[in-house]
Design a protein around this ligand. Structure first.
Ligand SMILES: Nc1nc2c(ncn2[C@@H]2O[C@H](COP(=O)(O)OP(=O)(O)OP(=O)(O)O)[C@@H](O)[C@H]2O)c(=O)[nH]1
Ligand SMILES: [Mg+2]
Length: 696
C-alpha cells in the first residue's frame, strides 16, 4: 500500500446518540479486514462492538470514550475515531474534531436532524471539518431519507446532495442506486461483503435520472469543466467526482450517502466516498503560533521533511504508563527522537510509538506528517504541543466547556480513600471537563462534570476499575453569582505587630461586566499605589472570585477598577496589598447587589405526538420555557430551556409520562438569573447544607 500522504484520510465519526456510529465503524473494520467477525452493540452474542471496549460501554450499549483505529481501503489508509453521542461526553467529540480534517456525520433516517446532530455540526464547523453525510437506519419503519435531506439543508444549512438513493425502504431496503455510476448496487453474502452491480431497476430509472440531475447541478458549481461537459452531454465519472471532491474539501458541499449499517447496506460505498471526496491532510490549512515571534501565526507544512510539530489531543492513563494520542502536523517521528513540550520546555524522548486499534496498541517504527499515533510513557497534559527543539510553536487547543453539576463522593474506608484518589487523579488528567476538589470547609471531595450521566459513569468506574467503594451525595447545580450594580470601595489594611507592619490602601469601584470572566483595570495615577504592588492587588481580587459571599459560588462577569490608594515606605508589601484587596472585595461585594445565576439547559424531547401534552406539562412544571414544538409525522420534537436544578431524575419522569417512548437530551445553554422567590429559598437551603457539611 502506498504510504503517500495524499492517500491518508483522518475521519471522525460523530452524530446524535444511538444513530449507529459504533455499528458503522464495526462494519468498516470488517470490510477492511481489520476484524473477522461482526459483533453488535449490545448484541445477543454478548461480545460487543470492537470500538466500545470498556465494560460499561458494552453493558449499557453506549459509547463513553472515543476510540481510535485505522484501516486500509483501496490503496488509502484511514484513521478513524468513533465518538460518543451523549452530550455529557462532548469533550471526546471536541478533541476528535479538533485534529481530524474529515468527518462522517451520521443521521438517522427516521429521527433526521436531531438535537445532537446540530451540536456536532456546530463542532465540525468550529474546526473546519469537511464532511460527508450518511443517512443510516433506512431499514427502520418510518425511514424517509428525502425528508432528512431537506432537514439537512434547512436546519444545518448544509448544501447536501444525494450521491445515492435507496432501493426500497424500511423492510424492503435492498441496495442503493449510485448516481455517479448510474447503476444499482446490492450488498450480499452473510455480512453484505459481496457487492453486485447491476442495471437500475426499470421502475426507478426516472427517479434516478431526476436525482442525478440535481447532483450534476450542485457539483457543476465547483467545476467549469463539468459545466461544459453537461452542456455537451459528455459527462464522465471522473469529472463528477472531481467536482464533488472540490466542493467537499472546501466545505461548500456535503455529499449524502444512504443505507443501513445494521443490515450491511451501503457501507462500502460510503468508504469509497471517504477516499474519493474527503481531503488528505495536505489539503487543509493548519496553523501554530510562534512564541519566539510574539505569537505570530505560522502555517504548518504537512511535509515529513519539516521539523516536527504535533498536538497531544487525548490522554489515557493505563496501569503501565500514560498513553498520549498525537496528531502529527509536520515532520516525521521515530523511536528515539527527541521532542520538546512547548508549555513546559521539557525535553522528552520518543520511546514506544504506537497506532491504536480500539484498546489494542500496535507498535510502529515511524509516523509521518498527517498521521495519528500515540506515545507511551510521556508525562504531559491534554492539549500540549510537541515540537522539534528548534521551534517554539504552540497550537491552539480545543474548546473545553465548564462543568455544570457536582456531587460529593465519600470513600467508605481507608482503602477506598487511597483508591479513590488514584481514580480521580487519572480521570481528571484524562478528561478536562471532569474536575475534583476537596472543599476547604467541609473536607469533602466534590467531583463536577457535564451532567448526571457523566458523573455516574465515573463513580461506577471508580468502583469497578479501582475498587474504590464510595457513596455519593445528591447532585448539586453549579450556581454562579453576579453583581448587578456599580459600588465603590476604599479599604485600608493596617497591622502593627512588632517589627515591620503591614500597610496598604486600595480604592476604586466594581461593576457588572459583559464578559464572563474577571476583569481588572488600573487607573492609578501618580503612584498612589506603586507599580510593583499593582499585580498583588489584582491577585487579591482574583483570589475572591472563586467564592462569592452570597452563596459561596464562583462569580461571573465582574470588573474591578482601582483609581486610588496609599502606600507606606516601610510597611507596604505585596502581601499587604493582596490582603487589602481581599478586604476591599469583602467591603464592596454585597453593596453591589449580587444575584444567583443558574445554568439553563437546552432540552430537546422527542416523543410520540400523543404524549405532547404530558411532555409540555412536565417542562412547564420545571420552570422551563418551551421554544418550539415541531410535529413530524407521528413524532413531536419539543425544544425548551429549562433550569438544570429542576431536571434531576427527569429521565424517570419522562419514561412514566410517555410509556418509555420518549427520549430527551440536554446540554448547557447559558447562565440565567434565578427568580427572586426561588433565590431566597435557595440561599437558605445552601446555607443549611454548608453548615451541615461543616459539622460532619
Ligand atoms: N435498524 C437499525 N438499527 C441500527 C442501525 N445502525 C445501528 N442500529 C442500532 O442502533 C443502536 C445504537 O447503535 P450504536 O452503533 O451503538 O450507536 P452509536 O451512535 O454508536 O451510539 P452512542 O455511541 O451511544 O452515541 C444499536 O442497537 C444498533 O444495533 C441500522 O442501520 N438499522
Ligand atoms: Mg457508539
Amino acid at each position: 500500500m502506498s504510504e503517500q500522504i495524499e492517500n491518508l484520510r483522518n475521519i471522525g465519526i460523530s452524530a446524535h446518540i444511538d444513530s449507529g456510529k459504533t455499528t458503522l465503524t464495526e462494519r468498516i473494520l470488517y470490510y477492511t479486514n481489520r476484524i473477522f467477525a461482526i459483533h453488535e452493540v449490545k448484541g445477543k452474542d454478548g461480545v460487543g462492538a470492537t470500538m466500545d471496549s470498556m465494560e460499561l460501554e458494552r453493558e449499557r450499549g453506549i459509547t463513553i470514550a472515543s476510540a481510535a483505529t485505522h484501516c486500509e481501503w483501496k490503496g488509502h489508509r484511514i484513521n478513524i475515531i468513533d465518538t460518543p453521542g451523549h452530550v455529557d461526553f462532548t469533550i471526546e467529540v471536541e478533541r476528535t474534531l479538533r485534529v481530524m480534517e474529515g468527518g462522517i456525520l451520521i443521521l438517522c433516517a427516521v429521527g433526521g436532524v436531531q438535537s445532537q446532530s446540530i451540536t456536532v455540526d456546530r463542532q465540525m464547523n468550529r474546526y473546519e471539518v469537511s464532511r460527508i453525510v450518511f443517512i443510516n437506519k433506512c431499514d427502520r419503519s418510518g425511514a424517509d431519507p428525502y425528508r432528512v435531506l431537506e432537514q439537512l439543508r434547512q436546519k444545518l444549512n448544509l448544501n447536501g446532495v444525494l450521491m445515492q438513493i435507496p432501493i426500497g425502504l424500511e423492510g424492503n431496503l435492498s441496495g442503493v442506486v449510485d448516481l455517479v455510476l448510474m447503476k444499482a448496487v446490492y450488498f450480499e453474502g452473510d455480512n453484505g461483503e459481496k457487492i453486485r452491480v447491476e442495471e437500475i431497476p426499470s421502475e426507478m430509472i426516472a427517479e434516478a435520472e431526476e436525482k442525478r440531475e440535481a447532483l450534476l447541478d450542485a457539483a457543476s458549481m465547483f467545476s467549469d469543466e463539468l459545466m461544459e461537459a453537461i452542456l455537451e452531454e459528455k459527462v464522465t465519472e471522473d469529472l463528477v467526482r472531481e467536482a464533488v471532491r472540490k466542493g467537499t474539501v472546501s466545505r461548500e458541499l456535503a455529499p449524502v450517502f444512504v443505507g443501513s449499517a445494521y443490515k450491511n447496506i451501503g457501507v462500502q460505498s460510503l468508504l469509497d466516498g471517504v477516499t474519493q471526496y474527503l481531503p488528505a491532510p495536505t489539503e487543509v490549512k493548519n496553523n501554530a503560533i510562534d512564541l519566539d515571534q510574539d505569537g505570530k501565526e505560522i502555517s504548518l507544512v504537512c511535509d515529513p521533511g519539516s521539523p516536527v510539530v504535533a498536538l497531544g489531543f487525548k490522554l489515557e492513563v493505563t496501569p503501565y504508563g500514560q498513553l498520549t494520542y498525537l496528531r502529527l502536523y509536520q515532520g516525521s517521528l521515530s523511536k528515539g527522537d527527541n521532542l520538546v513540550i512547548t508549555r513546559t520546555k521539557k525535553k522528552i524522548k520518543v520511546g514506544r510509538l504506537v497506532r491504536m486499534h480500539a484498546d489494542e496498541m500496535e507498535d510502529v517504527k515511524e509516523a509521518r506528517a498527517g498521521d495519528i499515533v500515540a506515545l507511551f510513557g510521556i508525562d504531559c497534559y491534554s492539549g500540549d504541543t510537541f515540537a522539534d527543539g528548534r521551534l517554539n510553536y504552540s497550537m491552539s487547543s480545543m474548546f473545553v466547556p465548564e462543568p455544570v453539576i457536582s456531587l460529593t463522593v465519600t470513600p467508605e474506608d481507608n482503602k477506598a480513600q487511597t483508591n479513590m484518589s488514584k481514580a480521580l487523579n487519572r480521570f481528571t488528567r484524562e478528561d478536562p471537563t471532569f474536575k475534583a476538589h476537596v472543599d476547604e470547609e467541609s473536607g469533602e471531595t466534590i467531583i463536577s462534570g457535564m451532567g448526571e450521566l457523566h458523573l455516574e459513569v465515573y463513580v461506577e468506574r471508580m468502583k469497578r476499575e479501582f475498587d474504590a467503594a464510595v457513596t455519593t451525595g445528591m447532585p448539586q447545580v453549579a450556581y454562579r453569582e453576579a453583581i448587578t450594580k456599580m459600588a465603590s470601595f476604599d479599604y485600608i489594611h493596617k497591622k502593627q505587630t512588632g517589627g515591620s507592619g503591614q500597610f496598604g490602601r486600595v480604592a476604586g469601584f466594581v461593576e457588572p461586566s459583559e464578559s464572563e470572566t474577571y476583569e481588572f483595570v488600573n487607573l492609578i495615577k501618580g503612584g498612589a499605589i506603586p507599580t510593583e504592588f499593582i499585580s498583588a492587588v489584582d491577585k487579591g481580587f482574583q483570589s475572591c472570585f472563586g467564592k462569592g459571599q452570597l452563596i459561596g459560588f464562583p462569580i461571573l462577569g465582574m470588573k474591578v477598577t482601582i483609581n486610588d490608594g496609599k502606600s507606606h515606605s516601610v510597611d507596604s508589601s505585596e502581601r499587604a496589598f493582596t490582603t487589602a484587596a481581599v478586604g476591599a472585595f469583602r467591603q464592596v461585594y454585597m453593596k453591589a447587589k449580587p444575584v444567583i445565576l443558574e445554568p439553563l439547559m437546552k432540552v430537546s424531547v422527542e416523543s410520540p405526538s400523543e404524549f405532547q401534552g404530558n411532555v409540555m406539562g412536565s417542562i412547564n412544571q420545571r420552570r422551563g420555557m418551551i421554544t418550539s414544538a415541531t410535529e413530524d409525522g407521528a413524532f413531536t420534537v419539543i425544544e425548551a430551556e429549562v433550569p438544570l436544578a429542576t431536571m434531576f431524575g427527569y429521565a424517570t419522569t419522562l419514561r412514566s409520562l410517555t410509556q418509555g417512548k420518549a427520549e430527551f437530551t440536554m446540554e448547557f445553554s447559558t447562565y440565567a438569573r434565578v427568580p427572586a422567590a426561588i433565590s431566597e429559598e435557595l440561599k437558605t437551603e445552601i446555607r443549611k447544607q454548608q453548615k451541615g457539611e461543616g459539622k460532619s
